[in-house]
Design a protein around this ligand. Structure first.
Ligand code: SF4
Length: 626
C-alpha cells in the first residue's frame, strides 16, 4: 500500500497543490483514504495531517471510511423527486440490502444521496462508480442491481444504448441525452472548428481582441453577469510572470445542465474560447475545473486537448504566433456546490477545502497560486468565439438593450420537452412555457434555488395586488403580468436554470423545503449566518406547515432573509431566496397555513433551533445568558 501511495504522489511530483488528483487516484484504488494514507501523504506532500483531513472531509465524493464495491449516488434534486425519486430510493435500498448513507454488509453496495448531478431533464439519475444512469425506475433498479450482482461492471450494466451525439463517442459511452430543443448562434452545428485561432488571431493584437469583447458588452453567463471584456482587461494589466485562464465547468446550480451539453457537443468551442482568452490576456496556464459529476466526459475532453496539441493549437507558438504559449489541464472537483464560486474554485484547484476567499484581492489580481487569474464560465468562453468571429455589432443584434446576445436555458420540471433551449435575452416566461410544452403551470423557478420563484398567474386573477409586487434592482416596485416577465439582467437574470411546477405541486412542502435542504447541505460552514439561518428558517417553515405558525413567523422569515445577505459569498447570500421569493410571490400559500388571529409566537424556540443547527454542522452552541 505504501508503494502505491508513493507511486501516486510521484505522478504529481509530490506537489501539495495536486492533492485533489492524488485523493481521486487513491479513491480509485481503495475507495477511501485511510489513517495510514494520510500519514504518508503528510510526509510526502509536506502538509499537516489536519490539512489533508480538512480537504478530504469537505467533498461529497471523498471518504474517510471504506465504501462499497459499487457506490450509488442518487440525485435528490426537486425534479428527480417529482419523477419518482422516493420509489427509486426505496427500490435501491431493497435491492442492495442497505439503507442510504451506509454500505451493505457484504461490502458490495454503498448508497448515498447527492444534489443535482446535471441530469434534471432525465431524472431520477444516479452515478455508479462514475458512470451515469438516467431515467431510473423501480424496474430498472432491480435489473441494474441484479446485473451488478451477477458480475457485470457498471459499464456493462447500462440498460439502454448510449445517448445522442457525442454521448455515443467511444471516449464517452454514456446513456445521457443532449435534448437540444432550440439552436441559435452558440449551438450552431455548422461552425468551422478553431477557425478564429487558426486564421483570425494573427490579424489582431491582444488589446484589439479585448476591445471586441468589451464592445460586445458580453456579461458572464454563469449567473453573476460581470462584463467579460472588463475582466480580461483587468487580468491583462496586472504584472506577473504567469497568468491563468480558468474555465469554470462546475455547474452545480440545481436545474442547470447546459454546460454539460456544451462540453459534450461543443468542447472545441469552449477550448477555443480559452485559447482566445489566453491570447488576449497573456495567460500561459489554462485550467478547466470539471465537476466530478461530469467525470464521464474526462477522457473525451482530454482526447480533444491531445488533438489540439498535435495540431499546434495548444503548446508553444500556437497557430504560428510567436511566443504565444498556452496549455490546458483538466482538474476534477469532488462534489461541492460552493466551488462554483470563483475563489472557492481556486482554493479547490490548489488542493484545499473549497471555501470562498475574502475579497479583495480579487482573482484577477491574485488568484491561482497568487497569479492573476481570469475565471470564465463554459458558456461565456464559447460565446466569445462567436463574438470574435462575427464582431461586437453582430452580437449586439441579439437580445435587449441591457442583456445582449443569446442565452442557453436548461428547462426541466413539469413540461413535455425538457432540455436545452438557446433563446435571445428578452424572451418571456410565457414563451418558455409555450416552447417547452408546459400547461397548468403554477410557478416557474428562474435561476435555480438561488434565483426566484415566480407565479405565472396574472395579478388580477389572484386579486392580491398588494402582495404580488416585485422589486426591481433599481428598488422600484413594479406590478406586471407575470407571464410577460422577461429573462434579462434587469428583470429576471439567470444562469440558465428554469424549473416548471404545475398546479399539482405543493410549492412549500415539496419545492421550497427541497431547496432549503440543498443550501443547508452545501454551506461550507464559515459564516455563522449561512451556517445557521437556512436551518432555522427551514424549521420555522416546518412549523408553519405543521399548522403552528402565526403571521409574525412570515415577517421573521423575511427579516432573517435580509440578515443572511451579510454572508461572505453568493451561496449564503442567496440561501434564503427559496423562502423569501415564495413569500413575496406566493404569500397566500403561507397565509393559508398560519393562524389568522394569533399575533405572537409562543411555540418557536430560537435557542433550541440554534442548538439543532449547530449540532447538524458539528459545532457547539454558545449562549450567554444575562
Ligand atoms: Fe461558506 Fe456560506 Fe459563508 Fe459562502 S456564505 S463562505 S458557503 S458559510
Amino acid at each position: 500500500m505504501k508503494n502505491e501511495i508513493i507511486t501516486i504522489t510521484s505522478k504529481y511530483q509530490d506537489d501539495r497543490h495536486r492533492l485533489m488528483d492524488i485523493l481521486i487516484d487513491i479513491h480509485d484504488l481503495y475507495g477511501y483514504v485511510s489513517e495510514a494514507d494520510i500519514e504518508l501523504l503528510s510526509e510526502r506532500l509536506g502538509m499537516s495531517e489536519v490539512e489533508i483531513n480538512e480537504t478530504i472531509t469537505f467533498y461529497h465524493f471523498f471518504s474517510r471510511t471504506p465504501r462499497g464495491q459499487f457506490n450509488i449516488f442518487l440525485n435528490n434534486s426537486i425534479t428527480a423527486c417529482m419523477r419518482g425519486h422516493d420509489l427509486v430510493k426505496k427500490a435501491l435500498e431493497e435491492a442492495c440490502g442497505t439503507t442510504f448513507g451506509s454500505v451493505s454488509q457484504d461490502g458490495m453496495f454503498g448508497l448515498y444521496s447527492t444534489s443535482c448531478i446535471g441530469m434534471n431533464d432525465q431524472g431520477p439519475s444516479a452515478i455508479i462508480n462514475d458512470k451515469v444512469f438516467t431515467n431510473l425506475t423501480t424496474y430498472r433498479v432491480m435489473k441494474l442491481v441484479a446485473d451488478l450482482k451477477s458480475g457485470k461492471s457498471p459499464d456493462e450494466a447500462i440498460y439502454e444504448s448510449t445517448g445522442d451525439g457525442n454521448n455515443s463517442d467511444p471516449y464517452v459511452r454514456a446513456m445521457v441525452f443532449n435534448n437540444i430543443r432550440k439552436r441559435m448562434v452558440i449551438l450552431d452545428k455548422d461552425h468551422i472548428k478553431f477557425e478564429v485561432v487558426r486564421s483570425l488571431l494573427k490579424g489582431h493584437s491582444p488589446e484589439e481582441i479585448i476591445d471586441i469583447v468589451e464592445n460586445s458588452n458580453l456579461r458572464g453567463r454563469g449567473g453573476a453577469g460581470f462584463p467579460t471584456g472588463l475582466k480580461w482587461h483587468f487580468g491583462r494589466r496586472v504584472e506577473s510572470e504567469h497568468r491563468v485562464i480558468i474555465c469554470n465547468a462546475d455547474e452545480g446550480e440545481p436545474g442547470t445542465f447546459k454546460d454539460r451539453v456544451l462540453l459534450t457537443e461543443f468542447p472545441d468551442l469552449v477550448f477555443e474560447g480559452m485559447v482566445i482568452a489566453a491570447y488576449a490576456t497573456g495567460a500561459d496556464i489554462g485550467l478547466v475545473y470539471l465537476r466530478y459529476e461530469y467525470r464521464y466526459l474526462y477522457k473525451f475532453l482530454n482526447h480533444i486537448l491531445d488533438k489540439m496539441r498535435k495540431e499546434g493549437l495548444l503548446g508553444k507558438n500556437i497557430a504560428g504566433i510567436k511566443e504565444f504559449n498556452f496549455d490546458i489541464r483538466i482538474q476534477l472537483g469532488a462534489g461541492a456546490y460552493v466551488c462554483g464560486e470563483e475563489s472557492a474554485l481556486i482554493e479547490s484547484l490548489e488542493g484545499k477545502r473549497g471555501e470562498p476567499r475574502d475579497k479583495p484581492p480579487f482573482p484577477v489580481e491574485k488568484g491561482y497560486l497568487n497569479y492573476p487569474t481570469i475565471v470564465n464560465n463554459v458558456e461565456t468562453l464559447a460565446t466569445t468565439v462567436r463574438i470574435v468571429k462575427n464582431g461586437a455589432d453582430w452580437f449586439k443584434g441579439f437580445g435587449t438593450k441591457d442583456s445582449l446576445g443569446t442565452k442557453l436555458l436548461s428547462v426541466s420540471g413539469d413540461c413535455k420537452f425538457p432540455g436545452i433551449y438557446e433563446v435571445e435575452w428578452g424572451t418571456s416566461i410565457r414563451e418558455v412555457i409555450e416552447m417547452s410544452g408546459a400547461d397548468d403551470v403554477q410557478a416557474v423557478q428562474v435561476g435555480g434555488p438561488s434565483g426566484v420563484m415566480i407565479s405565472v398567474k396574472d395579478i388580477d386573477d389572484l386579486g392580491t395586488t398588494e402582495l404580488m409586487k416585485w422589486y426591481k434592482p433599481s428598488g422600484m416596485m413594479v406590478a406586471q403580468k407575470t407571464f410577460d416577465r422577461k429573462l434579462s439582467y434587469s428583470d429576471l437574470p439567470t444562469g440558465g436554470s428554469i424549473m416548471i411546477f404545475n398546479n399539482k405541486r405543493d410549492l412549500l412542502k415539496e419545492v421550497v423545503m427541497n431547496f432549503m435542504d440543498f443550501f443547508i447541505e452545501e454551506s461550507c460552514g464559515s459564516c455563522s449566518t449561512c451556517r445557521n439561518l437556512p436551518f432555522i428558517m427551514k424549521q420555522k417553515l416546518q412549523k408553519i406547515l405543521d399548522g403552528h405558525g402565526v403571521r409574525k413567523d412570515i415577517d421573521d422569515l423575511l427579516s432573517w432573509g435580509k440578515i443572511i445577505k451579510i454572508s461572505r459569498c453568493g451561496l449564503g447570500q442567496t440561501s434564503a431566496n427559496p423562502i423569501v421569493s415564495s413569500i413575496l410571490n406566493f404569500r397566500y400559500l403561507y397565509e393559508q397555513h398560519v393562524k389568522a388571529m394569533a399575533d405572537f409566537d409562543n411555540v418557536f424556540d430560537l435557542e433550541k433551533s440554534v442548538e439543532a443547527a449547530n449540532s447538524f454542522v458539528g459545532r457547539k452552541a454558545n449562549f450567554h445568558h444575562a
